[in-house]
Design a protein around this ligand. Structure first.
Ligand code: M6R
Length: 615
C-alpha cells in the first residue's frame, strides 16, 4: 500500500516523479524517496514523513538532474517508518535500486539465505531482501536485469508492484506486478511508471495496466516488452485510452480533497445514474446486470463482500435487496470471509464493493468465491482496477477520483449503483409494483438536488462542530436503512479526528451503550420521518432523561425531535431506502469540521492509506 513512480525519457525526471509522488500520497505517507540517474551517477535521497519533507531534503542533498528515475511514497508494513526503511533500496553492490508496493511474505527465509552468502542488510524491510535476491541471481547466473528479476520473482511469495533500475543499464527500468497495481504511461519516446495513472495524466492519455504475474522491460529506445513472470510467454501490450483529466485530480479551489469530494456528491450521484436511470421510460439499463440477469434471478442469495466504508454501503444494500427484490443477502467483511471456510455454491451471487478496486482482502474474497463457482459482480470506482478485472461482471460507480483517505462520494455512489441494481432486479422478479417502482425512479432522480440542499447545512454543522470538538467520545444511532449510516458517521469521525466514536442500531442502545450516556456525551441520532420515526423518538427520550447531548438528523420541517434535541440538522424528505444518501451528508461535514478545528490532517489521517493493498 505504497505509491510508486518512475520516469524514463528525454525530460528532467525529478519534477515528474516528485509531482507524481504527491498525487500518490493517498496510498501512504510514512516516508518517501527518489533515486535519479544523472548520466554518470545514481543519486538517492529518502526520508521519514511526507513528500514535502523529501522535497526540502532532496534539493539540499543531491543534484536533481537526470532523465531517468524512480520514486516511492510508503505505508509501512515491514519496519517502522524511518529514513533507513524508506524506499528506494540499494542492492549491496549499489548497482541496483528498487521501489516496491506490497509484501514479500517469505522474506525472512530468503534473507537468511542471502546473509549466509555474505549479504548485509541495513533496513528491516522485505524490499531490501528482494533487491539483493535479484542482485544475487544476476551475479550468479551472469544474466541481464530483466531475466534476474524474473527468476527472483519466481522464488518470492507475496504481493508486489516493483520498479528496478540498474546503473549499468541506464536505458531501461524493469517493472513487475502481482497483486498490487502498476500502470505504464506511453509517451513519445518517454515512459511513465506509476501505481495509477494520476502521476502522468498531463503527459499522455495512453497507458498499459500490467496484469497480475506480468513484468515489463521499459526501454527508452525500444518501448515496452511484456512477458509472464512464471511461464516466460510474451504478452501483447494492450494500450488503453485514459478517461481521467487533470482537473479531476486537483482540489479545484477547496481547502481539502475531502471537502471537494463531499461537495461533488450531487454531480457524482448524477454521473452514477446517467444513462442508466431512464425515468420517463421507467427503465434501468445496466449492461453488467442485463447480461447476467439469469444468474441474479436464479441466485439463492447474494453475498456482499467489502471493507470499511464499502462494507457500510453493503449493509445499506442488504436492506434494499431484501426489501425490494426479496433476495436473501449476507454482508461479510472480506477479511473474515476469506479465512473462515464459508459455504459458497454456484447458486450464490457475490457482490464485491470497493472504491479503489485494489483492497487486498476484497480481492482475495473474490478469488475464493470464484474458486467455489459463484458468480462475482464488482462495484468499483477505479476503472481497470484489479477487482474490476477479477470480477465476472460489474458496474462502475463513476464517482471520479476520490483522493481524500476518508471515503465520502464513494459511499453515496456505491449506494446509488446498488439501489439501481436492486430496483432492476425487483422489477424483473415482480416483487415491486409498477407504481412503487416508478416512485423510486422519480425519487432517485431527485437525489442530486436534495444532496445539494443537504449541503446547505454546512455552516450550521460547523457551529455544532465548534461545540463538541473537544469531547473524547461520540455515539451515533440509527435504525433500519440508517443504521449503516450511523456506523459510517462514527467511522468518519474516528478516522480523521481520532475521537472515539461508536455506531449502533438505536434500539441496541439499551443493551449496553446507554451506560455511557451522561451530560458530556454527544449522541448523533438519525431520526428521519419514514424510518421507524416514533421508535427513534422514544430512544431520543431515553437519552434526554440521562442528560445526553442530542444532535438529531431530521427531515425538513420536523417538530417532534426539535423539541427534544439540543441541535437538529435538517435534510430534505425522500423515501426511506434513499434516505442514507442524504443523512450521511451532515455526518461527513461534522467529522470534516471537527478534524479541521483540531488541526488534524483531514486528507491524510495518521496510520491510514487510501488503498489497503495489504491484508
Ligand atoms: O477501496 P475500498 O473501498 O475497497 O476501501 C475499503 C476501505 O479501506 C475504505 O472504505 C476505508 O474504510 C476508508 N478509509 C473509509 O473512509
Amino acid at each position: 500500500m505504497c505509491g510508486i513512480v518512475g520516469y524514463i525519457g528525454h525530460r528532467e525526471a525529478y519534477p515528474i516523479i516528485l509531482k507524481g509522488l504527491k498525487r500518490l500520497e493517498y496510498r501512504g505517507y510514512d516516508s518517501a524517496g527518489i533515486a535519479l540517474f544523472d548520466g554518470t551517477d545514481l543519486k538517492l535521497s529518502k526520508t521519514k514523513g511526507k513528500v514535502a519533507n523529501l522535497e526540502t531534503k532532496l534539493e539540499s542533498e543531491i543534484t536533481t538532474h537526470g532523465s531517468v528515475g524512480i520514486g516511492h511514497t510508503r505505508w509501512a508494513t515491514h519496519g517502522v517508518p524511518n529514513d533507513v526503511n524508506s524506499h528506494p533500496h540499494y542492492s549491496n553492490s549499489g548497482d541496483l535500486v528498487i521501489i516496491h508496493n506490497g509484501i514479500i511474505e517469505n522474506y525472512e527465509s530468503l534473507k537468511k539465505e542471502l546473509i549466509k552468502r555474505g549479504y548485509v542488510f541495513k533496513s528491516d524491510t522485505d524490499t531490501e531482501v528482494l533487491v539483493n535476491l535479484i542482485e544475487d541471481v544476476k551475479k550468479n547466473e551472469q544474466i541481464k536485469l530483466g531475466k534476474a528479476v524474473q527468476i527472483a520473482l519466481n522464488q518470492v511469495v507475496g504481493a508486489y508492484a516493483i520498479a528496478v533500475f540498474d546503473r549499468n543499464k541506464p536505458n531501461e527500468i524493469v517493472v513487475a506486478r502481482l497483486g498490487s497495481p502498476l500502470a505504464i504511461g506511453i509517451g513519445d519516446d518517454e515512459f511513465f511508471i506509476a501505481s495509477d495513472a494520476s502521476p502522468f495524466i498531463e503527459y499522455t492519455k495512453n497507458a498499459i495496466y500490467l496484469e497480475d504475474e506480468e513484468m515489463a522491460i521499459v526501454r527508452r529506445d525500444k518501448g515496452v516488452k511484456i512477458r509472464k513472470i512464471h511461464d516466460d510467454s510474451l504478452v501483447d501490450p494492450y494500450v488503453q485510452e485514459l478517461q481521467l483529466n487533470l482537473e479531476q485530480i486537483e482540489k479545484g479551489g477547496y481547502d481539502h480533497f475531502m471537502l471537494k469530494e463531499i461537495y461533488e456528491q450531487p454531480s457524482a450521484i448524477l454521473d452514477t445514474f446517467r444513462g442508466r436511470l431512464l425515468t420517463n421510460e421507467a427503465i434501468i439499463k445496466m449492461a453488467g446486470v442485463e447480461d447476467n440477469m439469469k444468474k441474479f434471478l436464479n441466485a439463492d442469495r447474494i453475498i456482499i463482500v467489502a471493507c470499511g466504508t464499502s462494507w457500510h454501503a453493503g449493509l445499506v444494500a442488504e436492506y434494499i435487496f431484501e426489501d425490494l427484490a426479496r433476495i436473501p443477502v449476507e454482508v461479510e467483511y472480506a477479511s473474515e470471509f476469506r479465512y473462515r471456510n464459508p459455504i459458497i455454491t454456484e447458486k450464490d451471487v457475490v457482490i464485491a464493493i470497493s472504491q479503489s478496486g485494489e483492497t487486498a482482502d476484497t480481492l482475495a474474497a473474490i478469488k475464493l468465491a470464484k474458486s467455489k463457482g459463484a458468480f462475482v459482480f464488482g462495484v468499483c470506482n477505479v476503472v481497470g482496477s484489479s477487482i474490476a478485472r477479477e470480477a465476472h461482471a460489474g458496474a462502475y460507480t463513476h464517482a471520479g477520483p476520490e483522493i481524500g483517505v476518508a471515503s465520502t462520494k464513494a459511499f453515496t455512489t456505491q449506494i446509488t449503483v446498488l439501489t439501481l441494481i436492486a430496483l432492476r432486479l425487483s422489477r424483473a422478479k415482480g416483487t415491486i409494483s409498477s407504481s412503487d417502482y416508478r416512485h423510486h425512479l422519480i425519487e432517485l432522480e431527485l437525489i442530486p438536488d436534495k444532496v445539494k440542499k443537504a449541503l446547505e447545512s454546512d455552516d450550521y454543522v460547523k457551529t455544532i462542530a465548534e461545540i463538541y470538538k473537544d469531547v473524547h467520545n461520540f455515539l451515533y444511532l440509527g435504525r433500519g436503512y440508517n443504521f449503516p449510516v450511523a456506523l459510517e458517521g462514527a467511522l468518519k469521525l474516528k478516522e480523521i479526528s481520532y475521537i472515539h466514536a461508536e455506531g449502533y442500531p438505536a434500539a441496541e442502545m439499551k443493551h449496553g451503550p446507554i451506560a455511557l450516556i451522561d451530560e458530556n456525551m454527544p449522541i448523533v441520532v438519525i431520526a428521519t420521518k419514514k424510518g421507524h420515526y416514533e421508535k427513534v423518538v422514544s430512544n431520543i427520550q431515553e437519552i434526554k432523561s440521562r442528560k445526553g447531548k442530542i444532535i438529531g438528523i431530521v427531515t425538513e420541517g420536523d417538530t417532534q425531535v426539535k423539541e427534544l434535541a439540543d441541535h437538529v440538522i435538517e435534510v430534505p424528505e425522500t423515501i426511506e431506502s434513499l434516505s442514507p444518501l442524504l443523512t450521511t451528508i451532515p455526518l461527513q461535514l461534522l467529522s470534516y469540521h471537527i478534524a479541521l478545528m483540531l488541526g488534524k490532517n483531514v486528507d491524510q489521517p495518521r496510520n491510514l492509506a487510501k488503498a489497503v493493498t495489504v491484508e
